[in-house]
Design a protein around this ligand. Structure first.
Ligand code: BES
Ligand code: ZN
Length: 619
């Protein structure tokens, strides 16, 4: 299971309307249900940020200048904000403008409406962020690898950019940006922009992002960081203790770029660098343009988890270049990206390896479909998230069902034709938003032009819940071998007599995927003695094992479980563990006690997600 939050957040909170502004709508009434903005009237085209990071107060403060494209001359500028303290709003010449904050809606924050003069072309908002800003995590030195300096990083997807920048926080609006950022030396500041490779002695950094990007790709980080080049256009930033290990893990990055370019056209962002964050980072990776953010749990030491880099790199085409117009079209970002991720890994490591990734993805999808219910509308590719938190779209469905749909098209039309089609799609929609409908039309106009039957099948994939019946399952020989060994163990062969020599990480994940909980405790102990799962240094293997340990009440893993929950903030691991713990009364008490200790170290996103799991479970 990739993550899978339980459903039903924003809608229930509709009653929480705070102080209503005069004439402001109570819910977004623009083209994107998750943004207050009206870009069809006034559109932001460029941002100039000037921010100072105050680690004591846990605030960013300063200003942003927003340059405008005024399509409807009489209309006000409407921005998204969340927990921002607005100090003043002026025009480009420094003259005060009239503004008001509308009512807050849970998750969506408050609209900031600014009355414009006829000649106004830009607006400067002076503001500061809240210490609890939902996008930002301020880490104490103890939470870093080095333990010497504090650390700050943002996570803007899906709709959290508004908690650190007043902006049009919808993926359908793109803007270029520049920024001046002040941090205390010797910290180095980085953004999703052109970046430094050395710390600035005065702590002042200037950034430029010449390609237009949507707000969810705005990103900032600051910490004690070093840089190592990986290739002519790529490199990695990390804390000094981690940076060389990271450079070895990601040594194939330049090769991944070359593969992706040969398939889908030139890389359009200049450089591709990776920033390794502290372990509290809530995701595996985040495709911030020019600077992918990754969890340190990907550093397995043997490059066994680097498909994650292929994934974030693939977003340089699907997502960052061609962008889902609203979060309802999230599969256009993640399904395409997962498809490309596997293609990149196939080129690097061969078809059998790629088929292992496909089979693991399929397994995760089947579990997710069982959890959601196969007729649930949330198992459709095209979603309806109005009134809900868009992060609820973050199930395996857009990722794996999306990938399988594209693989189905590939099989039908042949790889050559399908590759050409995708390349054409990226060129046609480059730097533009795309809806599911746009994709449908593009498919009908090109690949499926003379094939009504293929088009009909595509409609089913897009519109129907669940999985089409005839979706074939690939079982690579490497997994068939695992399956045979698992069968042998099930029918009595002792674990230490199994033929598991030389299995890779994916094969171990296949093996663990076969366990049906609750596994008798002595059987868990037998596996642990033979394969040392509790001591695994591979976060994916450990995460899968700990889940079985919780569900099967294998208490010998308790200390390791605690250590893991206190250190790691990655939701993919934490959500299932907390959910499984919460399934029993005794587990709920443990979960709550652990959460109380761990939550000050979690990112606000993680904190909110786990709190919700505990609340739903009555813990
Ligand atoms: N863009 C996503 C992360 C994301 C999605 C953050 C929605 C917030 C809301 C990123 O590309 C992603 O999919 N990350 C995966 C890793 C990947 C290998 C599947 C993750 O974090 O698990
Ligand atoms: Zn992704």
């Amino acid at each position: 299971m990739r993550r899978g939050r339980t459903l039903g957040a924003l809608g229930a909170a509709a009653g929480l309307l705070l102080a209503a502004g005069c004439g402001a709508p109570a819910a977004p009434d623009g083209p994107d249900p998750h943004s207050w903005s009206h870009p069809e009237q006034v559109r932001v085209t460029h941002l100039a940020l000037d921010l100072e990071a105050d680690f004591e107060a846990r605030r960013l403060s300063g200003s942003v200048r927003l340059d405008l494209d005024r399509r409807d001359p009489g209309a006000p500028l409407v921005l998204d904000t969340r927990d921002l303290e607005i100090r003043s709003v002026r025009d480009g010449k420094g003259r005060p403008l009239q503004w008001r904050l509308g009512p807050a809606r849970a998750g969506l924050g408050r609209p900031l409406a600014v009355e414009l003069r006829p000649e106004t072309r830009s607006v400067v908002v002076a503001y500061r962020t809240d210490p609890e800003a939902a996008a930002l995590q301020w880490l104490d030195p103890e939470q870093t690898e080095g333990g010497r300096h504090p650390f700050l990083y943002s996570q803007s997807q899906s709709i959290l950019a508004r908690s650190w920048i007043p902006c049009q926080d919808t993926p359908s609006v793109r803007a270029t940006y520049e920024a001046t950022v002040r941090v205390p030396p010797p910290l180095m500041a980085l953004m999703s922009a052109e970046n430094p490779t050395e710390p600035a002695p005065d702590g002042v950094y200037r950034f430029r992002m010449p390609q237009p990007i949507p707000a969810y790709l705005m990103a900032i980080a600051a910490g004690e960081l070093e840089f190592r080049p990986l290739g002519p256009r790529s490199g990695v930033y990390a804390e000094p203790e981690v940076v060389d290990r990271a450079a070895r893990e990601f040594a194939e990055t330049e090769e991944m770029m070359a593969v992706a370019e040969s398939l889908y056209g030139p890389y359009r962002w200049g450089r591709y660098d990776i920033l390794v964050l502290p372990p509290s980072f809530p995701f595996g990776g985040m495709e911030n343009p020019r600077l992918t953010f990754v969890t340190p749990t990907v550093l397995a030491g043997d490059r066994s988890l680097t498909a994650l880099v292929a994934h974030e790199l693939a977003h340089s085409w699907s997502g960052n270049l061609v962008t889902n117009a609203t979060w309802n079209d999230f599969w256009l970002n993640e399904g395409f990206t997962t498809y490309i991720e596997v293609r990149i890994m196939e080129a690097l490591r061969g078809k059998e390896y790629a088929d292992m990734l496909r089979a693991l993805g399929r397994h995760a999808l089947e579990e997710e479909l069982d959890r959601l219910g196969r007729s649930s509308p949330d198992t459709r590719l095209a979603l309806d998230l109005a009134g809900r938190d868009p992060d609820e779209a973050m199930t395996d469905v857009p990722y794996e069902k999306g990938r399988m749909f594209l693989e189905r098209l590939e099989r039908r039309f042949g790889r050559r034709a399908f590759d050409a089609f995708l390349r054409r799609y990226f060129d046609a929609f480059a730097f533009r938003p795309v809806t599911t409908k746009d994709f449908r039309h593009f498919l009908a106009a090109h690949l499926a032009k003379d094939d009504p039957e293929a088009l009909e099948e595509a409609e089913l994939w897009i519109d129907m819940p669940g999985l089409p019946e005839d979706s074939p399952e690939v079982v690579p020989e490497a997994f068939a071998r695992v399956d045979r060994q698992f069968e042998a163990w099930r029918s009595g062969t002792p674990a230490d007599r199994l033929d598991a020599g030389g299995w890779n990480t994916q094969q171990w994940l296949r093996f663990l995927g076969h366990l049906e909980d609750p596994v008798p405790v002595d059987r868990m102990a037998e596996l642990d003695a033979a394969f040392h799962f509790t001591d695994s240094a591979n976060a994916e293997i450990l995460g899968a094992w700990l889940r079985h340990a919780v569900r099967s009440r294998y208490r010998a893993a308790d200390a390791r479980l605690e250590e893991f929950l206190l250190e790691v903030g990655r939701l993919k691991f934490l959500e299932p563990l907390y959910r499984d713990l919460s399934a029993t009364e005794e587990g709920r008490a443990r979960a709550r006690a652990l959460f109380e200790r761990a939550s000050p170290r979690y990112h606000p996103i993680t904190r909110a997600a786990i709190r919700k799991i505990l609340n739903d479970a009555g813990a």
